[in-house]
Write a protein that binds this ligand. Sequence first.
Ligand code: PMV
Length: 354
Amino acid sequence: EPQWVLMATGRSPTNIAVIKYWGKRDEALILPVNDSISVTLDPDHLSATTTVAASPAFPSDRMWLNGKEIELSGGRFQSCLREIRKRARDVEDKKKGIKIKKEDWEKLHVHIASYNNFPTAAGLASSAAGFACLVFTLGKLMNVNEDYGELSSIARQGSGSACRSIYGGFVKWCMGKNDNGSDSMAVQVVDESHWDELVIIIAVVSSKQKETSSTSGMRDSVETSPLLQYRAQTVVPGRILKMEEAIKNRDFDSFARLTCADSNQFHAVCLDTSPPIFYMNDTSHRIISLVEKWNHAEGTPQVAYTFDAGPNAVLIARNRKTATLLLQKLLYCFPPQDNDLDSYMLGDKSILSD
Ligand code: PMV
């Protein structure tokens, strides 16, 4: 049999939720208890780059994350692979003399290599970029013809938040009503050019891996937090409507208030969970105080903060001028320590990247 390798490469940025997803109504299909809205970052700073290769010489499916082989047995990779394989179509590469019929994809194994240009599992939504990129790139390799909504619904089955990274700009994940998940997918609210004055600064408080995975945290919250039910049913639907309005009108005051309130309620749900989950630490709390005091002193919000399943702060500044002031304030309140300076001098600009 002739030996050949067919490859495709893609890159997806991560996204940061401004109205949070927290809690599943169906764990296997990853169906959420509420809608969520996020902003997709620009791919230069926080993204996953994935290369997928298929060859008759590969005896099994295998995957490497940041150069280290990982188990593919977890159901989530298998779900994404299976869903894309189902939709695979004929592929022909005349130059290489490769011809793959759509039914051949069932027998062809793939090798997947994925790299994150930022810390993995530190609450910076690395799985969002990773699964969005995996689904998109596999789709390219296998010549699938589905629209972005369909791809987002497949990425959702890898990691919920991944469904929002299929699009740029501001994105809404509609929870859907169906039990089979067919209407639980992401839609773009506005594209990346709509509100390009905003500057997003990520203050890496700790790049250690988080202690409670979002999967087990969500499960505990759904089972034990009365606040989660109230949030999902009574609070979030109204916030989603207001947030969409704020984004469409580029209304930073409303955007910032909703973003901060929703991050705080998500962490309140974590505290309301038994046993309680602490994702933020003292440094995170000091960053919140700094922003709250500054916003209060100005009379109108200058910066919004939001925290995911980890202590790192995502700070969204109104414009470049406020972003510069914010960096000055952060450096004044959190002067770099000797080891930070070392890595900065060695070219690790991540502590100051926008
Ligand atoms: O998709 P997951 O399982 O990584 O969960 C993400 C949960 C949060 O980041 C905390 C919120 C969100 O909407 O992204």
